[in-house]
Design a protein around this ligand. Sequence first.
Ligand code: ZN
Length: 255
Amino acid sequence: MNDQQLMRYSRHILLPEIDIGGQQQVLRSTALVIGLGGLGSPAALYLAASGVGRLLLCDHDTVELGNLQRQIIHRTSSIGQTKVESAVSLLRDINPEVVCVAIPQRLADETLAELIQQADVVLDCSDNFETRYAVNRACLQYRTPLVSGAAIQFEGQVSVFDFRHANIACYNCLFPEDSVAAELRCATTGVFSPLVGIIGAMQAAEALKILMGIERGLSGKLLTLNALDMKVSRSGLAPDADCAVCGVKCFAPQS
Ligand SMILES: [Zn+2]
């Protein structure tokens, strides 16, 4: 680390849990952020400010006026730009050392697999189940840790699936694909602005700890937050033997 970096990251280095070693690991890491909306905005901002070496940023959308109430990485002057382009311009301003790779497209399975193999951690900041299931399957396949977040109305949740370890639950164990009811979208039901900030910042916190080698936090757990009562709860996630994605039956020899 040079003098500029020692200064920039000094408040991390001062923390004994992180120290120079932890910060150096962050500088050498690659994080994939899927979705640059309400959750991806704060997540990408904190990852860039913290010095994550390479940020792979995916979103196929463009910035609209209705995004600006909560998607804090975008500005009024960015309306009409792609979200990745808008995000990259602010992230470069915050920390020019971070290599930002803009991926302004909807992820097909091959692209997703390719990106996940490059990443040390994946942040699912998407707003739809189709993406969440595809990301979960690919992270499990390549054993890449996944930090998943969601927020709607006043309810948010975060969980970490650290696929580097064996016998852990996956996203599909928690919300089986065939049991999901009609999807609530914030476009039609609304979402409280700071809620996505809190959840997205928690995703960044969990991702950074994974990159730093700190094995404490939400791995194998689900945190839920009700931002109306400001009530937080945590529960453990057990792997489901019948899970269609990671369950033992998926890997059992065919008889
Ligand atoms: Zn599973």
